[in-house]
Design a protein around this ligand. Structure first.
Ligand SMILES: [Zn+2]
Length: 238
């Protein structure tokens, strides 16, 4: 099994927000199943200087997959950590894939009138996309586990990948977005971006305990510094 970390762009610094990666992840599962975790920003943001996310032509998810010899049609499963705009903006490019999302996330996203869900809704709720809704911790395929880590959003999920050589790797997603967010008690919680502060702390505790138990490499979603130290596609973990 191979895991590629895809840099799908950069969140433009704004107010308290620092310049951080827009992340995606590709798992090439033995037996031929290709799993994409999150799809990044929308195609129409490529080259748009005024967009919230800076996405270079070669950074968009299509280009990143292309660099690895894959087309959109080669993706069998798209796992959505959650449906915020920097994670679901190109979902509509994978109409043939099976999307896997926590039930609570999809329900909240469809009911919400908040910008964080409405902004990209045409992309993540495009006609013809098939959402397979799951509840709680689920084994997706052997060696790939979905971990309920709600709090940042109503149904956020993280992904534990068990690799033969690199060992376990925990894709925290936005549940623990950077190394500054690993302490459940003292980590910052945002009134604007986080859905439920208590749940954020509980999920942080759950993920950090899991990582310690499994001796897993913790990969944060929006940690510019950490991404400078990780293997980024076309390099991979296996
Ligand atoms: Zn995010």
């Amino acid at each position: 099994m191979r895991l590629y970390l895809l840099r799908l762009g950069t969140v433009r610094p704004r107010g308290p927000l620092a310049e951080v990666p827009v992340p995606g992840y590709l798992i090439r599962h033995p037996g031929g199943t290709n799993i994409l975790v999150d799809t990044g920003a929308a195609r129409n943001m490529v080259g748009d200087e005024s967009a919230a996310f800076a996405v270079g032509e070669d950074e968009h998810v299509s280009a990143q997959l292309g660099r690895l010899g894959l087309n959109a049609e080669d993706i069998d499963i798209v796992v959505c950590t959650h449906l915020h705009p920097d994670h679901s903006g190109s979902n509509d490019l994978f109409p043939q894939a099976r999307f896997v999302v926590q039930r609570r996330e999809l329900e909240e996203a469809r009911a919400s009138t908040e910008m964080k869900y409405t902004w990209m809704r045409e992309h993540w709720d495009a006609p013809g996309l098939t959402y397979d809704q799951v509840d709680g911790d689920v084994e997706l395929l052997p060696g790939v586990e979905l971990i309920d880590s709600h709090g940042h959003s109503a149904g956020h999920q993280s992904v534990l990948v068990r690799l033969a050589n690199s060992g376990p790797l925990l894709i925290t997603g936005d549940a623990v977005p950077s190394a500054d967010h690993t302490d459940p008690e003292s980590r910052p919680v945002s009134d604007v971006f986080d859905h439920d502060g208590e749940a954020v702390r509980a999920s942080t505790r759950k993920l950090m305990n899991l990582a310690a138990r499994e001796n897993a490499l913790v990969v944060h979603s929006h940690d510019q510094q950490q991404w400078g130290t990780l293997r980024i596609a076309p390099e991979f973990y296996d």
